[in-house]
Design a protein around this ligand. Structure first.
Ligand code: ATP
Ligand code: MG
Length: 446
């Protein structure tokens, strides 16, 4: 993309309404614009990152054997009356009447709709296990929408639902989700720690929230510092192997790590030596949940077992806060100049800064780099404006592309351009070909 042809409405002033750094930077970098409280338009740069995150989530869910689909945002109240949640959900649910005076709602989540789909089409144990998921907009009429996309009213969520014959099979699905979530967050350059969470009114031990440690997080968390040394890395886990998935769960959840809802000070002290005890703030970027037959019993979602009897199916639901993740990633990765995107989610792979627009040699070298990068499947953002170098650098630093190639007449006389890492600030002179090779190498491993 050439910057002169793009739509990147960066702000010079720091917006006063934004209280936390990710919100400020998303506004300043022209990624989002508030449409009304807790509701945002995704401007091109923000939309690009959102799509990158979505893509990672899709790839990792499909890798785990989970099946993508799409359910609507608007739902009929009738299904929610069946489950009993229409009255329970309270003010967070946006209720709407259609022209025939029928009660509708903008879905805050999809357990009812998916259970209805399941009971209409599945009736035998032979069709299990089954995990369906979608990535769809949700609406929750939060009392205090704030922090930009972190606590919106309209937000994008991946929500997946597993259907299994019994508790053991459903717990394997739970573990599969844990593994796939660990992989997903790491690909986004994030450490998200699974922490024991509160099962709410349904209770039970089988729920974990994934938290990114950040001062601005809304949750208070308590954990054993050893847990931050755990890396999922590049291991290949066989999602069909019960033992392999269970082993990952044990590795990542055996140390003390809890949100304030389940925190137990006495247990914390007895399990974790003082030097390793930490309390901090965290951003919830996902949650997995096994809830047994709560919805299947209420809504009659049953299957025939091998011996011919009928049992309610065991279910769980598993969510990732796709739009919240943009805020969480920025909270975890920025400096005083702006955002620092991890390679896995960056909107453009590399920036090209032309120090002297209109200089024949510099223009030609930039064009060549632009075409060569595009030809290798990378997406460059070429700052081809007739601006001062300082202004171009400031824009690149603000929008946070992890790599920048700087091209100027003086370097070109020596046959070199400069490759700069946004994260370390280090620059290296090299030939344009060497810069291309280096970038190809970097992104081959992402
Ligand atoms: P919270 O406790 O933050 O209100 P939740 O536990 O009610 O969230 P879930 O039902 O677990 O949310 O939804 C799955 C994921 O969706 C959450 O882990 C979070 O990342 C994201 N999410 C939930 N509410 C919002 C919101 N208002 N804005 C943006 N993302 C959200
Ligand atoms: Mg949650």
């Amino acid at each position: 993309m050439r910057l002169t042809r793009y739509f990147l409405p960066v702000l010079k002033e720091t917006p006063s309404e934004a209280q936390i750094v990710s919100h400020r930077l998303m506004l300043r970098a022209g990624m989002i614009k508030q449409a009304s409280a807790g509701i945002y338009s995704w401007l091109p740069l923000g939309y690009k990152v959102l799509k990158r995150i979505e893509q990672i989530v899709h790839e990792e869910q499909i890798r785990a054997g989970h099946i993508p689909m799409l359910m609507p945002t608007l739902q009929s109240a009738d299904l929610w009356r069946e489950s009993g949640r229409y009255d329970d959900y309270g003010q967070e649910m946006l209720r709407i009447k259609d022209r025939h005076d029928r009660d509708m709602l903008y879905g805050p989540t999809n357990e009812e709709l998916i259970t209805d789909i399941f009971r209409s089409h599945v009736g035998s144990y032979k069709d299990l296990p089954l995990t369906l998921y979608h990535i769809q907009w949700k609406f929750r009429d939060e009392v205090r929408p704030r922090f930009g996309v972190m606590r919106g009213r309209e937000f994008l969520m991946k929500d997946g639902y597993n259907f299994d014959i019994d508790k053991d099979a459903a717990l394997h699905a739970y573990n599969r989700h844990l593994v796939s979530y660990l992989r997903s967050y790491e690909r986004m350059g994030l450490q998200a720690i699974p922490m024991r969470a509160d099962g709410g009114p349904i209770g039970g031990d089988y729920t974990h929230e994934f938290l990114v440690l950040a001062e601005t997080g809304e949750s208070e968390v308590f954990y054993d510092s050893e847990i931050t040394d755990l890396k999922f890395g590049d291991r290949a886990v066989d999602y069909d192997s019960v033992a392999a998935c269970q082993a990952v769960l044990e590795e990542f959840t055996s140390r003390y790590a809890r949100t304030d809802e389940t925190h137990d000070e006495a247990l914390f002290h007895s399990q974790v030596p003082e030097a390793r005890r930490r309390s901090a703030r965290g951003i919830e970027v996902g949650q997995i949940f096994y809830f047994g037959t709560k919805y299947s019993e209420a809504m009659g979602a049953t299957v025939v077992t091998p011996d011919g009897s009928r049992v309610p199916v065991h279910m769980g639901s598993h969510g990732i806060g796709v739009s919240r993740l943009l805020g969480a990633i920025i909270e975890a990765s920025h400096d005083d100049k702006g955002i620092i995107w991890p390679e896995g989610v960056t909107p453009f792979h590399c920036g090209i800064v032309n120090l002297k627009q209109g200089d024949t040699a510099a223009d030609a070298a930039c064009e060549n780099l632009y075409k060569a990068l595009s030809a290798t499947g990378l997406e460059p953002l070429y700052d081809d404006r007739s601006e001062r170098a300082g202004a171009k650098f400031a824009t690149m630093d603000l929008i946070g592309l992890p790599w920048r190639i700087t091209v100027g007449p003086r370097g070109l006389e020596k046959g070199v351009v400069e490759l700069t890492s946004r994260r370390t600030g280090e620059s290296e002179e090299m030939s344009p070909e060497a810069a291309l090779d280096r970038l190809a190498q970097i992104y081959a491993n992402v």
